[in-house]
Design a protein around this ligand. Structure first.
Ligand SMILES: [Zn+2]
Length: 257
């Protein structure tokens, strides 16, 4: 069994919906493949989060993003009353619940057997999953010299990590993620409270200019440079996300294989 097939079957595997021979194949693959095992662990953790009361854990992550964003703008003082407001917390919790519901709807869509998962769907699902508590960062740092070397030996490219703080896009860190059955680099920037994920992986083909797709309230921008595919994903408005992509492309030395 290949990783892509295994990843496709993780949801029904977790839900106990596989036929016995499929179940055995997935179990055998997981026993041998740390990457699929990690993807499966994330799925299980997400499932537990939903069962155990997402709301209890939700607020600190949003607060965290807001605090970092506020610090980046040296504008923290007016935020204190807002943090203390139960109404704000309720809104935040409601927002996260919507995000998670939307994520599950996406998973529900892509888990249909035999249906081809488009790159767009995968990027969206991966982006939304990253917003869940504890999933956003493997290396949390706003210093590109900490983030970039962290990927050495973990992915088969050296992802560009341009410093864009002066433009209002603050580097927040990076992590490994999974798209289309492969391990990819994800670099995280913050604009106000909006998370921007930049996914990249080696991909043969000509260079292509950024193109934007909008799906379920998220904007996804895809381009290819020097044999590396890039996807930027955010709920940031399209204008600002396009601005970010232009800055990122300008500021990032090309990814080296
Ligand atoms: Zn695998």
């Amino acid at each position: 069994m290949q990783c892509a097939e295994c990843l496709d079957l993780l949801n029904p595997y977790h839900d106990g919906e596989l036929l016995p021979e499929e179940l055995a194949e997935v179990r055998d693959h997981l026993a041998l493949c740390p990457e699929c095992t990690r993807a499966y662990d994330e799925l299980v953790a997400t499932s537990h989060l939903l069962q155990d009361g997402l709301v209890r854990y939700a607020a600190p992550d949003v607060l965290n993003a807001r605090i970092r964003s506020a610090l980046a703008h040296e504008d923290a003082t007016p935020l204190r009353p807002a943090f203390a407001s139960p109404r704000w917390l309720r809104l935040a919790a409601a927002g996260l619940l919507i995000a998670v519901t939307s994520s599950l709807a996406t998973w529900g869509t892509v888990r249909v057997r035999g249906a081809s998962r488009t790159a767009r769907d995968e990027i969206l699902a991966t982006h939304v999953r990253s917003l869940m508590p504890g999933h956003l960062m493997d290396v949390a740092s706003n210093n590109q010299h900490n983030v970039k070397p962290w990927f050495n030996g973990r992915v088969d490219l050296s992802p560009p990590v341009p410093a864009l703080d002066s433009t209002g896009f603050v580097l927040d860190g990076g992590r490994l993620d999974y798209v289309g059955g492969r391990t990819v680099a994800a670099i995280v920037y913050l604009r106000r409270q909006h998370v921007v994920n930049v996914f990249s992986w080696p991909e043969a083909g000509d260079d292509s200019d950024p193109s934007v797709v909008t799906t379920q309230g998220y904007h996804l921008v895809n381009w290819r440079t020097g044999g590396v595919a890039f996807w930027a994903a955010s709920d940031l408005n399209q204008t600002e996300l396009s601005e970010f992509v232009a800055l990122f492309r300008h500021g990032g030395a090309e990814a080296k294989r």
